[in-house]
Ligand binder design. Structure first.
Ligand code: MOS
Length: 751
């Protein structure tokens, strides 16, 4: 193994050939023609089908299962229950890492939430397994379920709301700040439980070859999942192969290995044959994560000039009865607006649901809805235009930490977005704009922000005898464009054209690709790739200058540069030779380089690092019927270096559409009698469709950030979901003068 090139090497200006190009999605044709192999498309020889039986109560015990009836059904091979489930090397209730959630692997008859797996039926066909699961006819000892997040008597303050995220933060004296303000906002906003609903559920096809395990399953974090499986089954991580070339969507819920995936693997172990297990859509609502509901109280004080004297943000959320994940909603208020005093606090109530987890801007998305609504209320209280109010409270340093921003072009986002949207024509008073058909028109604004997050990743670069390149890393593409953007970085790092560079990703036997999450995948893996490519080129240069037969012989290494498949002298372009010639003379079939990407803790100490944006929304409301449509949205975002503007625009569209869904559609309804989700399907759990999405524009605001990482990448995956829902709610208020404080917005909010 060669030395890793540290990514803290000084950034340098380079001619970038692939980076910055609007390359089309390289996996696009495979996906739309059905050639892409998703997990459930795999059918190894002798494969059996497994179907989960899940609890229909939210709290209690399974008293009886009719295993005999299920086993008697033709085609049923085995029924796995807590009685006979193969032993595990580790307790599924142990977790030693924030990406390792406590699992429900039939460890007892205890039911902790509705839809918890209680048995697995394994059969020759999917139909037989489904019928077998129905024949189990479970009987329960039912106990009362705690479902109410407003049970104050049950609320507690968690130790932390995430890794390195304390539940409370304060600067200044919040009570003095509130007392000092001549205007006040004191409002509580409610956001509902939401479920990820990726197109492909957490399907698993598992095959054991002795103690070796091969798993086809979607994963945003294969290396961590591989470690989790190795621990649970007491085998070497190197004996686990996870293949996850296409994820069918992730949105956070594939960031950690989940119970149904492990149950499929246990089933394969039990019967000694490959097994496929695909959760049904309704089964996605419980054991596979969700965004917890929140209740957020914002108390703001403003002086006569419209400057914030106090910003207090309290967020209540829920976690499960048996594990910890806390939606850190209030932390959005650390970053955006300057205020004499800021106070953020969280508390939580345990309820009988599956454990919530990362979902599309976890904390930022739900927190932004409340903060941006409150800021709009504050602007109105001060008689100010919402954009003017935000500019009056623009943060020049990060308010909670006092640190300078590594870069912040939010002002340009406001300016370019407002210009494009036509914000200057907005009438200040609500309910005072109409269109030609008499519909009420409202214009609203929301500020977007998302932190720069990096995990750790590695990459291996190979220059081959024919002068072409290979880049290998276990990166994961859940649809965001990693196969494309990372390949562009790979080609540039090796100074090759994109079509001269093979990009390999999507399996766990490649160098650790880290986590496709936190909007940090391109930054993390991209910098690993860049370092690996530069490492390979550096080794090639060392070979050339030491080789008496090379035209570059005798030059200092820093007097040689790589240019599109050739090395040449920096000050004499005539002295050059191709990669292939150097390798051929050395008798090498290939040459490797290695690189790592990770956050530089020192930079994080010195700078606050965030992407920013501004979202402008127009709604039209029928004043008689209360029908509302979002007719137009313009978002402008500054997020550091853009690798591929086509992919980035697509990410911004996706984020704004999530925001639209947050504002208008997404809500899981719990039956208060049973604790079951009543709309656990895509027919009734609404997400935006094409008909809901009118005119969207996403502007990319240029931003050079010399600090975040060598490539200057901030991340674009989640930022556009922040800002958007608040902008829509604020537009509804502007159209109707009705303030939305409970999401999603409904007809009742309009009339
Ligand atoms: Mo994202 S919620 O970090 O996958």
């Amino acid at each position: 193994m060669s030395e890793f090139v540290p990514i803290t090497a000084p950034a340098r200006q380079r001619q970038q050939a692939s980076i910055g190009q609007p390359v089309k999605r390289r996996d696009g044709v495979a996906k739309v023609t059905g050639a892409a192999t998703y997990a459930a498309d795999n059918h190894p020889k002798d494969m059996l089908h497994a179907v989960m039986a899940v609890a229909t109560i939210a709290n209690g015990r399974v008293r009886a299962l009719d295993v005999a009836a299920a086993k008697a059904h033709p085609g049923v091979v085995e029924v796995m229950t807590p009685e006979n489930r193969p032993a595990l090397a580790k307790n599924p209730d142990d977790r030693d890492n924030p990406f390792m959630f406590r699992l429900d692997l039939l460890q007892s008859d205890r039911v902790r939430y509705a839809n918890q797996p209680i048995a697995v039926v394994i059969a020759e066909t999917f139909e037989a397994a489904t019928e077998g699961a129905a024949l189990l006819a479970p009987r329960y000892d039912v106990e009362p379920a705690q479902l109410d997040m407003h049970a104050d008597s049950e609320a507690f303050v968690p130790e932390a709301v995430g890794p390195g995220a304390p539940a409370e933060s304060h600067v200044g004296d919040i009570d003095a700040g509130l007392a000092q303000g001549s205007h006040r906002v004191d409002s509580t906003y409610e956001t509902p439980a939401q479920y990820h609903n990726p197109m492909e559920p957490h399907a698993v096809v598992a095959a054991w070859e002795g103690d070796k395990l091969i798993v086809d399953t979607p994963s945003q974090a294969m290396t961590i999942a591989r470690g989790r499986l190795a621990g649970l089954f007491g085998i070497d991580a190197d004996d686990v192969l996870i293949r996850s070339p296409y994820l069918g969507g992730g949105f956070g819920c594939k960031g950690a290995l989940m119970s149904p995936q492990v149950l499929g693997i246990l089933a394969a172990k039990m019967v000694g044959r490959p097994v496929k297990l695909v959760p049904t859509r309704p089964q996605m609502y419980g054991p596979l994560g969700h965004r917890a509901p929140t209740s957020q109280t914002l108390r703001l004080g403003m002086d006569d000039a419209g400057k914030l004297t106090a910003l207090s943000h309290h967020a209540r959320t829920t976690s499960s009865m048996f594990d910890e994940f806390f939606e850190p909603s209030a932390n959005i208020s650390h970053t955006l607006y300057a205020s004499l005093a800021i106070s953020t606090t969280h508390d939580a109530v345990r309820v009988h649901t599956g454990t919530p987890m990362f979902m599309r801007g976890p904390g930022e998305a739900s927190g932004s809805v409340a903060l941006e609504s409150a800021i709009d209320e504050a602007a109105h209280a001060c008689g100010m235009d919402p954009l003017a109010f935000r500019l009056a409270n623009y943060a020049d340093v990060e308010p909670i930490s006092g640190k300078p921003f590594s870069s912040k072009r939010l002002y340009d986002c406001y300016a370019q977005g407002a210009e494009r949207f036509g914000w200057a024509k907005r009438v200040l008073a609500p309910r005072s704009m109409r269109d030609e058909n008499g519909l009420l028109v409202g214009w609203g604004l929301g500020t977007a922000t998302f932190p720069v997050i990096m995990f750790e990743a590695e990459a291996r670069a190979i220059i081959r005898a024919d002068g072409t390149g290979v880049m290998e890393t276990g990166a994961q593409d859940m649809g965001q464009g990693a196969w494309t953007a990372l390949a562009q970085i790979a080609a540039d790092s090796l100074k090759l054209e994109l079509d001269q560079t093979v990009f390999r990703a999507g399996t766990s036997d490649l160098p650790d690709g880290g986590v496709a999450g936190g909007s940090g995948h391109t930054a993390t893996v991209g910098n690993a790739i860049d370092a690996a490519g530069r490492n390979a080129i550096a080794r090639l240069i060392d070979m050339a200058v030491a080789d008496t037969d090379s035209p570059l012989h005798g030059l200092a290494a820093d007097q040689v540069e790589a240019r599109w498949g050739r090395l040449q002298a920096v000050d004499d372009g005539a002295r050059s030779e191709g990669y292939a010639d150097i390798l051929r003379r050395a008798g090498l079939r290939e040459l490797e380089g290695h690189g790592r990407g990770r956050a530089d803790a020192d930079v994080g100490e010195r700078y606050a690092m965030h992407a920013h944006g501004a979202v402008f929304a127009e709604v039209k409301v029928d004043p008689d019927l209360g029908q509302m449509r979002v007719t137009r949205m313009v978002g402008a975002f500054a997020a550091g270096r853009v690798i591929n503007p086509r992919m980035v625009e697509s990410q911004f569209f996706g984020g704004m559409i999530w925001g639209l869904g947050f504002a208008l559609h997404e809500k899981a309804e719990t039956d208060p009698r049973t604790g079951r989700i009543m709309n656990a399907n895509l027919g009734e759990y609404h997400v935006p469709t094409n008909a809901d999405v009118a005119n969207i524009e996403a502007l990319i605001v240029n931003e050079d950030d010399p600090h975040v990482n060598v490539l200057g990448i901030k991340g674009v995956g989640e930022i556009a979901v922040t800002g958007t829902a608040g902008a829509i709610a604020n537009a509804v208020w502007h159209a109707t003068s009705k303030r939305v404080r409970r999401f999603p917005i409904g007809v009742a909010d309009m009339i």
